[in-house]
Design a protein around this ligand. Structure first.
Ligand code: FE2
Length: 267
């Protein structure tokens, strides 16, 4: 079983990197299931539209995860309940539109669970992520309800991400961090068999400040009165994520490979 997980797609550059490379990666690597984080994929880097979500699905994405920017586009509240393949974090308050997890069928007819969580440290207020993680651990069980389980933990700090990684080690196929827009070099299989990377980075233009125009971003930091609202950098994007090769019997990872394709980052 081959699973592709891509980090935060940022604006037009990120979408173009996906459009240009996704089909090829899926074919060349025999990918059975693809997840990406789409919460920054709108033109201005804030939120996601129905049309963009549709484009991702047509390009081969199976599930889109998100985080703090999920409600940046008003229309998302309206279509998220109908679109089961778009997730918002599970630990948003009860009654929030949409779902934080789902069980899907892969191209090769396997049951794949996907859970989206959001960190508590330096993030918008949400329910305690470790409490919700405990509930989800009992609810979606490998080899019982699902064949494979993928978790996107959208968070700011490395310690919280690493802790949640160990919490799901051995009971999920892969757990990845998103949100910081910078890939970490700790791609590995944890000791009980779960593929892990603290942050799988951004699909977007790295000649920027986490995807935003660097000149304007610097002006903001320097308190220059000519600074405007942040807007995305639009140079060539890098595609950033991991491919997990998982064992069909156990649902655990056999191999994990980091991918960095195009743009400014060197693989
Ligand atoms: Fe985010």
């Amino acid at each position: 079983m081959k699973i592709l997980i891509l980090g935060d797609v940022m604006g037009r550059s990120g979408r173009l990197a996906v459009k240009k490379n996704l089909n090829k990666i899926i074919k060349e690597n025999n990918i059975d299931f693809t997840v990406l984080n789409g919460e920054n994929s709108a033109d201005d880097g804030k939120g996601i539209t129905n049309l963009i979500a549709e484009e991702f699905f047509q390009e081969g994405v199976d599930v889109i995860t998100s985080g703090n920017h999920i409600w940046d586009k008003k229309e998302t509240v309206e279509f998220i309940d109908k679109e089961q393949r778009l997730l918002r974090p599970e630990n948003f308050a009860q009654g929030t539109p949409g779902n934080g997890h789902g069980i899907y069928l892969s191209k090769n007819d396997k049951k794949i669970g996907v859970i989206n969580l959001m960190g508590n440290v330096f993030m918008k207020k949400t329910d305690d992520v470790f409490e919700i993680a405990k509930k989800m651990k009992n609810k979606i069980v490998l080899r019982k309800n699902v064949d494979f389980l993928i978790i996107d933990f959208h968070g700011e700090i490395t310690s919280e991400k690493m802790a949640i990684g160990h919490f799901f080690d051995g009971v999920s196929t892969a757990i990845v961090g998103t949100h910081t827009h910078v890939p970490t070099a700790d791609t590995r299989i944890l000791e009980n068999g779960t593929a892990y990377q603290t942050d799988i980075g951004m699909c977007g233009d790295y000649n920027s400040v986490i995807g935003m125009n660097k000149d304007n971003s610097l002006k903001k930091f320097l308190k220059d009165k000519n600074a405007t609202n942040h807007f995305p950098a639009e140079g060539e994007g890098t595609l950033s994520g991991i491919i997990v090769d998982a064992n069909d019997e156990t649902g655990l990872a056999k191999k994990v490979t980091r991918i960095l394709l195009g743009g400014n980052l060197i693989n």
